[in-house]
Design a protein around this ligand. Structure first.
Ligand SMILES: O=C(O)C(=O)C[C@]1(C(=O)O)C=C[C@@H](O)C=C1
Length: 359
């Protein structure tokens, strides 16, 4: 058989498989439709991250056993899109994220909800909380901490003000690029970016003599790309996708000082997750002004064999509060007891499936 005929034959086989795949996906969607109808009757939450996680883990296991050609991230990418389409079929729901389009938070949102979902950029973290609270969007995506810059105050303030729940976490590796229409680096006189992005790229800026340029902080790295695309002798420190969005040539990739630069994001909504067996819980704690209050609290966690994974202090309106993460679900017996004992000082922000990529 000639190569051309061979290709035709293989394409015919692919067409037959694609037809079967389409039938199977439609068959799946018929069932999803019934799930949607059930949930509409019972008021159950559409997005069930713990169930999606369990499906992906089961498929990865089967794939390994069968020595399939798909790798873990390919299975995840395929099925996250299927889930996004399923959720839209059950009930179309909008996702509000800290914008603008192309921001790292947008990437975090897409990493979880897939490319087919409906996204709305919101210009502040406070705005994201407000839009979820007033039910203009079903989900909000906000940054909570960066490995170089620590906790994001506006997000803690949002949790203090609103009674919204964390329903999932996403951890992204953060890479910055230097993008500009300038041909020579010495032509760059101004650099636009977010203040924390400048902090994360100090060494690069010094090494390339760019600390001589005027560093202009603005509200987002993607907006920086937009400005630099239209202003001569300027550059932006921005994400790869931000530069692409505004056709801004990338001069240097991965310019962050630390090669382990990560940001953790929360997906927030108005419902609580059921336990998945592999959960983490986040709380805010405001201790009474008594000696030893923090120590007593930590001892109770220790006695209940709860593993604290993070504790960070934060000031809200002059009061010191603690942001704490620990392993387990808020409905686990040992967790429930400790939280009940300290209910006057604790605000539960949510229990959610633990990400493998940690910060
Ligand atoms: O199992 C459910 O609760 C569903 O709604 C179905 C389904 C799926 O497509 O498998 C869709 C959305 C949920 O986030 C989890 C799973």
């Amino acid at each position: 058989m000639s190569d051309e005929n061979g290709l035709l034959e293989l394409r015919n086989q692919l067409d037959t498989i694609d037809n079967k795949l389409l039938d199977l996906i439609n068959e799946r969607m018929q069932i999803v439709h019934k799930v949607g109808a059930l949930k509409a009757k019972s008021g159950g939450a559409i997005y069930r991250p713990e169930r999606e996680k369990a499906i992906i883990e089961r498929l990865e296991k089967i794939n390994q056993e069968k020595k399939g050609l798909l790798n873990k991230s390919a299975i995840e990418a395929l099925f996250l899109e299927i889930f996004a389409i399923s959720r839209n079929l059950e009930l179309p729901e909008n996702i509000g994220y800290l914008g603008p389009e192309g921001s790292f938070t947008h990437q975090a949102a897409e990493a979880r909800f897939g490319a087919m979902s409906s996204y709305i950029p919101i210009s502040s973290i406070k705005g994201v909380f407000k839009e979820v609270d007033t039910k203009k969007v079903k989900f909000g995506v906000v940054p909570i901490e960066n490995s170089s810059n620590g906790i994001v105050n506006d997000t803690i303030n949002g949790f203090s003000k609103y009674n919204l729940k964390i329903i999932a976490e996403v951890v992204l590796d953060i890479h910055h690029t230097l993008a500009s229409t300038c041909d020579k680096i010495t032509d760059i006189k101004k650099i636009y970016s977010k203040d924390i992005a400048f902090d994360q790229c100090r060494r690069f800026l010094t090494n390339f003599g760019l600390d001589e340029a005027e560093l202009i902080p603005i509200e987002s790295t993607t907006k920086a790309a937009k400005i630099a695309a239209s202003e001569p002798n300027s550059a932006a420190i921005c994400p790869h996708v931000g530069a692409k969005l505004y056709n801004l040539p990338i001069l240097f990739e991965n310019i962050e000082d630390k090669d382990n630069n990560k940001t953790r994001f929360f997906i927030i909504s108005d419902f609580e997750n059921a336990p998945s067996g592999n959960d983490k819980t986040s709380i805010l704690v405001k201790f009474p002004n008594e000696q030893g209050a923090l120590v007593r609290f930590l001892n109770d966690f220790n006695d209940a064999k709860i593993n604290l994974t993070k504790i960070k202090s934060h000031i809200v309106e002059g009061n010191s509060i603690f942001f704490i993460d620990f392993d387990g679900h808020k409905d686990d017996e040992n967790v429930k007891k400790v939280l009940e004992k300290h209910k006057n000082s604790v605000k539960i922000l949510g229990s959610y499936v633990k990400e493998v990529n940690d910060i």
